[in-house]
Design a protein around this ligand. Structure first.
Ligand SMILES: NC(=O)c1ccc[n+]([C@@H]2O[C@H](COP(=O)([O-])OP(=O)(O)OC[C@H]3O[C@@H](n4cnc5c(N)ncnc54)[C@H](OP(=O)(O)O)[C@@H]3O)[C@@H](O)[C@H]2O)c1
Length: 196
């Protein structure tokens, strides 16, 4: 069965933003601690990345091999190559053509879309954002595990992750790690079917 992992990049106040803070752009040679932890180990087993339209368009602009500069660090080239290669699913009612290789557009009920993707052949699936899409994932308990990347900033603006849920989404902590720049990585498994 294809595993579905959702990624939640947020500030301490739950905003889906990428603010600057000491060390936010730390590249040690060719690597970056967050990429090393979050992406590189999964380049082989993940074959599908799902994004909402806004996040998809943001990634399409920046994270393709064509958009990379020769002076960019190796991890950035590797990530762009991975995203070009992997199957991308853009959720949108407005967009008609994806404009990125190996991409398709799907629309409709997210529970059905995730179930359909799980039935298809392929490796693991990452749901990569943005916040609006992730709220739907929590609402319907759609992921098998969650990676939270909590950035050490109370930002006060930007899209919010949190909104009301009809029932709690119960999680079991699998691992946690603080990076040298104060990002907190929290890896949770979803506890499906827990009766609160
Ligand atoms: N990893 C990330 O990508 C990430 C992480 C954190 C923060 N962010 C930031 O978050 C912002 C965007 O987040 P967002 O929450 O506003 O947008 P988003 O989740 O990326 O995209 C929302 C759009 O996705 C489409 N959509 C979602 N569910 C759908 C469904 N079931 N069927 C069809 N279409 C569906 C709709 O597009 P249509 O209007 O076309 O129907 C909706 O307007 C950006 O500024 C980005 O920088 C991104």
């Amino acid at each position: 069965m294809r595993k579905v992992t959702a990624q939640v990049y947020m500030t301490v106040d739950g905003r889906g933003a990428f603010p600057k803070y000491p060390g936010w752009d730390r590249d040690t040679g060719d690597s970056n601690p967050l990429f090393d932890r979050m992406w590189i180990p999964r380049y082989d087993d993940v074959t599908t990345v799902v994004m909402g339209r806004r996040s998809f368009l943001g990634h399409r602009k920046v994270w393709t091999a064509k958009a990379r500069k020769p002076t960019d660090p190796k991890y950035a080239h590797d990530y762009a190559r991975f995203l070009d290669r992997v199957e991308k699913v853009c959720l949108s009612r407005r967009l008609t053509t994806p404009g990125w290789e190996n991409a398709r557009i799907l629309k409709g009920d997210l529970t059905r879309i995730v179930a359909k993707l799980k039935r298809e052949k392929g490796g693991n699936i990452i749901i990569e954002g943005g916040p609006r899409l992730l709220l739907e994932v929590f609402r319907h308990d759609l992921a098998d595990d969650y990676w939270f990347i909590v950035m050490p900033v109370v930002y006060g603006r930007g899209p919010r992750y949190w909104g009301s849920l009809a029932r709690q989404c119960t999680l079991k902590l699998l691992e946690s790690e603080a990076t040298q720049d104060g990002e907190l990585l929290l890896h949770y498994e979803a506890v499906h079917g827990f009766k609160a």
